[in-house]
Design a protein around this ligand. Structure first.
Ligand code: UT7
Length: 332
């Protein structure tokens, strides 16, 4: 018989590298200013990895914090998913490197590629597997070393991103509503608006490709901005409708952290300005880690309280997007 168990987030954790890079620091590298960056994005600073840190190192630290928060041992994890667009290597998966670092020896592990939407996609992936009884305990991580994929001479992209990781532990529970089924979507026809065109099988690594800087992130910012506002707003409304929840019942909205103007536009459209969570000022856009870090901060800074309904929403390259609702609970 097919199961449909309630799945809750048992604990969260996050990690950001020590090195803080301010807007003024960036103004030394490229023709920009604190005034331009802050007024256009809401970002003041971001964290950047040390040279010897890779994405799995960030993910492992976030995972350890989430395990501690949940009161679990790494050996209790059955499923480990890392959402990332900046893997340690093409293969093996970054999830396998994290597994080794934290000692999650009983888990099966894989990476999930949905760019900035990856953490929400991975949460839904894990939720569905737990709900149907395929696994008991999942560790979901969003981790990125974006700094390895940025052209530090391109002011239109290098100022926007940061490094970091966040993690959540999921388990079935027989009370509350937990993490509810998500609404997700994709539109591959718009892939070229935000991508890294070189280095894969379409355009393999060569001196010429590297000279053309196609191994770095490229973005049509204005187009991405418009789609982000529309898709996240629509996804939030769709997931609330799917789960029969009214906007007024939601205590907190936690969106992807790409630009405060995107967040403000969604808040205005939904008329929820007083309930929007943002930390883009501190970390800039950490892609798949952004929602994961924001969720952890909202949980540990007392923004989310037991019994609160929270909405998560994401948008990223692909394009990909989605939204979930969850009922938060202490000691779930
Ligand atoms: O995580 C995935 C989703 N990603 C996003 O959601 C990002 C979405 N896009 C954005 O957040 C915004 O489009 C940006 C922050 C990237 C850009 O803001 P904008 O208001 O759309 O600016 P723009 O690209 O239209 O550029 C305006 C001007 C241009 O100069 P001209 O052509 O008007 O003379 C740019 O060359 O600003 C210039 N500019 C800069 N000036 C100073 C672009 N980057 C910079 C910079 N410093 N760093």
């Amino acid at each position: 018989m097919a199961l449909n168990r309630t799945v809750t987030i048992l604990g969260t954790g996050s990690y950001v590298p020590e090195k803080v890079v301010t807007n003024d620091d960036l103004a030394v590298l490229v023709d920009t200013s604190d005034e331009w960056i802050y007024s256009r994005t809401g970002m003041k600073e971001r964290r950047i990895c040390a040279a010897n840190q890779a994405t799995s190192d960030l993910g492992a630290e976030a995972a350890k914090a989430a395990l501690k928060d949940a009161g679990l041992d790494a050996a209790e994890i059955d499923l480990l998913i890392v959402a990332t667009l900046s893997p340690d290597m093409f293969f093996p998966s970054t999830a396998c490197f994290v597994q080794d670092q934290i000692g999650a020896k009983n888990a099966f592990c894989y990476d999930l590629g949905a760019a900035c939407s990856g953490f929400l996609y991975a949460l839904e992936n894990a939720r569905a597997q737990i709900a149907c009884g395929a696994v008991e305990t999942a560790l979901v991580i969003g981790a990125e070393k974006m700094s390895s994929f940025l052209d530090w001479e391109d002011r239109s992209t290098c100022i926007l991103f940061g490094d970091g990781a966040g993690a959540a532990i999921l388990q079935a529970r027989d009370r509350g509503r937990g993490l509810m089924p998500a609404v997700m979507g994709s539109d591959g026809a718009l892939a070229d608006l935000l991508w890294t065109p070189g280095g894969g099988s379409r355009n393999p690594i060569s001196h010429e490709m590297v000279n053309r800087k196609e191994h770095f992130i490229q973005m049509q910012g204005r187009d991405v901005f418009k789609h982000a506002v529309t898709r996240m707003g629509d996804a939030v409304m769709a997931t609330l409708e799917k789960n029969e929840i009214a906007v007024d019942e939601v205590a907190c909205f936690i969106p992807h952290q790409a630009n405060i103007r995107i967040i403000d536009a969604i808040a205005k459209r939904l008329d929820v300005e007083d309930r929007m969570f943002s930390n883009v000022e501190k970390y800039a856009n950490t892609s798949s880690a952004a929602l994961a870090i924001a969720l952890d901060e909202a949980a540990h800074e007392g923004v989310l309280k037991s019994g609160d309904l929270a909405v998560l929403t994401v948008f990223g390259s692909g394009f990909t997007w989605g939204a979930s609702v969850l009922e938060w609970g202490e000691n779930q």
